[in-house]
Design a binder for this molecule. Structure first.
Ligand SMILES: [Zn+2]
Length: 433
């Protein structure tokens, strides 16, 4: 199930998107009070925006705009909204999105072509290891996408390795949808309970939430750790509520493919100008075909790199590499810029570490300070020294390292309202306020 447009030339894809863009602009200036205001205030004639390059004439939409004017983005009567979801609120207050019947259909189509991109076929069965409720869009998208593709689905939800294995053994799913570090927990449970990983039905996993790749698209430590014990295919996918669109890897696993029928992408530098081909920058998106809450030039806050060479799978669409980090979580450390995922990768190199939390605050002179709280079975100075050396060598930073007890980590890692575990706590903003 590959949309025809994805196989066409880059020029044809661009032209197709430009037509869709004009339809979108005509729609939002009529229906969205937020964009009506923006266009009027900036004296923008929407019919003058014809090409993707013309997009730069439209001001960017920020997370702050969404939080402040949430309801003004809604283009339909509330009666038409069927499903309500909220963003995860990792950075700031959650924003709500409404989905109409057409939006749910679009979401299903998005996930169906994404699953299909990752080689899932109608005769497969997926075991869903994420939550389907708690106002979470992704879980629902997986269900709808599977249904559209004719794929079987087992909704186990997050956690509980025992129940996961019970389902795997009973229903023999061929694919899992999971957070990759949870796969390590499944491996551990299988080993402790003499379940054969080699002979089980699972062929692959669609992995969300954590990166499996280094920036050169080679597998990272987490990916290697999983595959060393459980040789299944690991597909990365990248998505968010605001995008209502996924970027899924094909069988060549060289970054998530862009679906041009569903979203326009731009990658911008610090000054909101397009980066040069292949350079890293912030992903800015414009949704296509969304009825209730379309977004124009929305700044995702995610720093990524695009890969534009043609893919062996035949799709001529751009691929997005692993998220380098969130722009807001950027850490400036003695002239070096780093993002938390680089530190996750490094910490994952150490089998001794059971759990960790990274905290950032500012020291007395106002520069960023990194503290890493570690849960290990046997704390030792020797381990601390090895970690420090590793940080200095690989990232050129030296964080404060502390051993803490499992209860403290658990409390920090699973705050009450959060749908996913926290690995990173940013205390910098509070100090600035
Ligand atoms: Zn491909």
């Amino acid at each position: 199930m590959i949309p025809e447009i994805e196989l066409q030339s880059k020029a044809a894809i661009k032209k197709y998107q430009e037509k869709k863009l004009q339809e979108l602009l005509a729609y939002v200036v009529k229906k969205s009070s937020f964009y009506k205001r923006i266009f009027a205030k900036n004296n923008i004639d929407h019919t003058a925006i014809q090409t993707l390059e013309d997009l730069s004439k439209i001001p960017l939409t920020t997370k702050d705009d969404l939080q402040k004017y949430n309801k003004d983005f809604i283009c339909v009567d509330q009666k038409k909204i069927i499903d309500y979801v909220t963003t995860s609120g990792t950075t700031g207050n959650p924003v709500f999105f409404g989905l109409t019947d057409a939006d749910l259909e679009r979401l299903a189509f998005n996930e169906a072509i994404s699953f299909s991109c990752s080689e899932i076929k109608a005769n497969d069965t997926i075991q869903l290891m994420t939550t389907l409720d708690r106002r979470f869009m992704a879980g629902l998208a997986y269900f709808l996408g599977a249904r559209k593709l004719g794929v079987g689905i087992i909704r186990v939800g997050a956690g509980i390795p025992e129940l996961q294995w019970d389902s795997i053994i009973k229903f023999e799913p061929t694919y899992l949808v999971a957070v990759p570090s949870f796969l390590l927990k499944l491996i551990q449970y299988a080993e402790e309970n003499e379940i054969s990983l080699e002979n089980c039905s699972v062929k692959g996993a669609i992995c969300i939430g954590e990166s499996l790749k280094n920036q050169d698209l080679s597998p990272n430590t987490l990916s290697e750790k999983i595959k060393e014990k459980w040789n299944i295919e690991l597909y990365s996918t990248y998505a968010s509520t605001e995008m209502s669109t996924a970027f899924a890897e094909c069988k060549y696993q060289m970054g998530g493919h862009h679906h041009p029928g569903l979203i326009i992408i731009e990658i911008l530098d610090e000054n909101d100008q397009a980066v040069k081909n292949g350079e890293e920058g912030e992903l800015v998106i414009t949704t296509l075909g969304v009825e209730a809450m379309p977004l124009l030039r929305f700044k995702t806050g995610d720093v990524v790199k695009a890969h534009n060479e043609n893919c062996k799978c035949g799709r001529n669409t751009t691929r997005i590499g692993p998220v380098i980090g969130r722009k807001k979580q950027m850490i400036k450390y003695k002239g070096t810029t780093i993002y938390p995922p680089a530190m996750y990768n490094l910490l994952n190199d150490f089998d001794e570490i059971d759990n960790y939390i990274i905290e950032i605050d500012k020291n007395e002179i106002g520069t960023d300070r990194i503290t890493i709280k570690l849960e290990v079975l046997e704390p030792s100075q020797e381990l601390l020294n090895r970690l420090k050396d590793h940080f200095r060598a690989k990232l050129r930073v030296l964080p404060i390292l502390e051993f803490v007890n499992p209860e403290e980590i658990a409390k920090l890692k699973f705050p009450k309202m959060s749908r996913k575990p926290m690995l990173f706590i940013d205390k910098r903003e509070k100090i600035e306020n």
